[in-house]
Write a protein that binds this ligand. Structure first.
Ligand SMILES: [Zn+2]
Length: 339
């Protein structure tokens, strides 16, 4: 049966877009583009802090961790997977499949594959989209079903702004309010967050933490290339900064290829393992009416490619499969690894 998408936003992708800058990767461009305030292109260097400031921040964080808000006890939601064991620190490669922007094709095409291979993933929701100003994206009912399957439903803010451009009150509205909207729509205990466009700063990190998320994914940081692995090959477990978890940068200019995905997993496994969050956007089906536009969107993946990748991951340690000790876990599961 062909599925016809109606009312897909013109801002969902930028046709013919070139590869995005490293620090800007991780999300699709949206329209209208945010107003420039002279702070575009902030990368990892922009969030580096002086050592003394970092030490003070660590002391404050340690103090905050004594508060209930810092509780990282296991989720009350069934996740469908065992928790990551401490052995993850000794060579295990933990792959997290993360899907941005909650496109409805995630529900239509990725969900059946996840069920087939007994895997769970993390889905980041732009909450105003699921309130239905657009028809591109998953409804709250679909998101509740995904969570009931054991998936991790996280926030991607209310309207997908560059968080580094926001005033403190705007930042609070985008981050805290998105969590409240999720809760009011039946999403249980959201814990994961992804920065729109992958960009963040210290103020954004503080806000995400204060709004009771336990982890936040940035855009990029693993490997200097989005097709060929290089150091660092993986995020550490536990991560150095749970509010700036690194991921493989997205090659926004072309569909994701199976060989690239495998390369990153193989490279991580060959360099001691660790945490490998991988970022996906639209999932496209060949016989769907919107296949052409879907495949020209930002960093898409064809469902057959995703199926092959999941099959390979699911066969870890077996002939034709991923290396032994490669496992798939959601972001909220992976973040629970204790030192
Ligand atoms: Zn996004």
């Amino acid at each position: 049966m062909q599925v016809v998408f109606v009312g897909v936003r013109p801002d969902d992708w930028m046709k013919g877009a070139t590869a995005v800058p490293f620090a800007e990767s991780g999300c699709r461009p949206r329209w209208p583009m945010p107003q420039t305030r002279g702070r575009l292109g902030r990368g990892r260097a922009a969030v580096a802090r002086p050592r003394a400031q970092r030490r003070v921040a660590l002391i404050v964080l340690a103090a905050l961790c004594l508060l209930p808000a810092c509780d990282r006890s296991p989720a009350s939601v069934s996740t469908g997977n065992d928790k990551v064991s401490p052995s993850a620190r000794s060579g295990q490669t933990v792959v997290s499949l993360t899907f941005d922007d909650a496109y409805e094709n995630h529900f239509l095409y990725a969900r059946p594959l996840l069920l087939t291979y007994g895997m769970t993933a993390t889905f980041y929701v732009i909450t105003s989209d699921s309130d239905r100003p657009y028809r591109c994206c998953m409804s709250w009912k679909e998101l509740r079903i995904l969570q009931a399957d054991g998936n991790d439903i996280g926030s991607h803010t209310v309207t997908h702004p560059y968080v580094t451009h926001l005033t403190p009150s705007e930042l609070t509205r985008e981050v805290c309010d998105s969590r409240q909207v999720m809760l009011s729509n039946g999403i249980i205990d959201p814990q994961s967050f992804a920065y729109p466009f992958g960009t963040y700063d210290a103020a954004a990190e503080r806000t995400v933490r204060r709004c009771r998320f336990t982890n936040a994914r940035q855009g990029g940081g693993i490997s200097p290339s989005n097709t060929t692995p290089g150091a660092p090959y993986a995020e550490s477990l536990p991560p150095k900064d749970p509010y700036a978890v690194r991921t493989v940068a997205v090659d926004g200019s072309s569909p994701i290829q199976l060989t690239h995905l495998k390369r990153f997993v193989l490279a991580a496994a060959a360099h001691g393992g660790g945490w490998l969050p991988i970022t996906f956007h639209q999932v496209c089906k060949a016989d769907a009416a919107d296949y052409g536009t879907c495949m020209s969107s930002y960093g898409p993946i064809q469902d057959t490619v995703l199926a092959q990748f999941l099959a390979w991951l699911g066969a870890a340690g077996k002939p034709g499969g991923a290396p032994a000790r490669v496992v798939v876990r959601t972001m909220r599961e992976a973040i629970t690894v204790k030192p």
